[in-house]
Design a protein around this ligand. Structure first.
Ligand SMILES: [Zn+2]
Length: 270
């Protein structure tokens, strides 16, 4: 039986029967793996509590035909702050879902592990607008899996995109100008400021996205476009999309500085 050591971030965990837990994780060296941890629910288990989503671990695994078996797990970084904050958790979950759906089982894509680790680290700290961090993560992940969105010029005629409104054609891999719009079946209208912001998010380091603050209208447009593009690349729905957009909608209604919970309370008092 092959035994290997790797670093892993848990993406998803669920219990199996009375005592075991199944986890899916992205590993630094072997991509997406699924593994079983036996007896983790016994109080004597030394690593059961460590096998939670977001946790970055150093693991020892026995390779199996369908499932590996976790035999050791040591925390590198728990990312507890992401789990403990409602909003961070919601955006972090979207990141985990994207990673899980970007990979086939046992498939490795260079730098995917690293971008997740870096972004979760940033999400733990101060982030002005987590939706922009998530947008950057969506766009950069698409680029890493081989579909860097083409946002500089029209994908059909090559015209450089300046101050005009254009259309995102996710299936075509980028934006089309208004003159070419008729040639694509669908396209999400995109304002020039939103396009500029998406280009910046894609081009700058992830930490830059955490420092940005923009109007709600612009944030909403960019996160929608980024989700649309990612779903087209993956050819799969992302469950987190409606969760994130619903959250932003409630937050927008609450206005700046108020939490969505505050709105709910006010309504209840009315
Ligand atoms: Zn064009």
């Amino acid at each position: 039986m092959v035994v290997y050591k790797d670093e892993a971030i848990i993406l998803h965990a669920h219990d199996l029967g009375e005592a075991d837990r199944i986890v899916s994780m992205i590993t630094a060296g072997r991509g997406l793996r699924r593994a079983v941890a036996k007896g983790v629910k016994r109080t004597s288990s030394r690593f059961g509590a460590r096998l939670e989503p977001f946790t970055h671990l150093r693991v020892v695994l026995h390779e199996g035909r369908n499932l590996d078996t976790v035999t050791q797990a040591e925390i590198v970084r728990s990312h507890a702050a992401v789990r403990e904050d409602f909003e961070k958790f919601l955006f972090g979950e979207a990141m985990l879902e994207l990673i899980e759906k970007s990979l086939q089982e046992n498939q490795t894509i260079p730098r995917l592990f690293e971008i997740l680790e870096v972004t979760l680290g940033i999400l733990e700290g101060e982030v002005r607008e987590p939706a922009l961090l998530l947008s950057a993560f969506l766009l950069k992940t698409c680029a890493l899996v081989g579909y860097r969105p083409r946002l500089e010029d029209c994908i059909l005629c090559g015209r450089e995109m300046g101050a005009e409104r254009c259309f995102l054609d996710p299936g075509g891999g980028g934006v089309v100008c208004s003159a070419c719009k008729g040639q694509v079946p669908t396209g999400m209208p995109l304002n020039p400021e939103a396009l500029r912001l998406m280009r910046s998010l894609l081009g700058e380091k992830m930490a830059g996205a955490a420092r940005r603050e923009e109007e709600n209208r612009l944030v909403n447009e960019v996160i929608r476009a980024s989700f649309l593009f990612a779903e087209s690349v993956l050819e799969r729905r992302l469950k987190s999309r409606s969760v994130v957009l619903g959250h932003l909608e409630r937050k927008g209604e609450a206005g700046p500085g108020e939490s969505p919970h505050a709105t709910t309370n006010t309504r209840e008092l009315d």
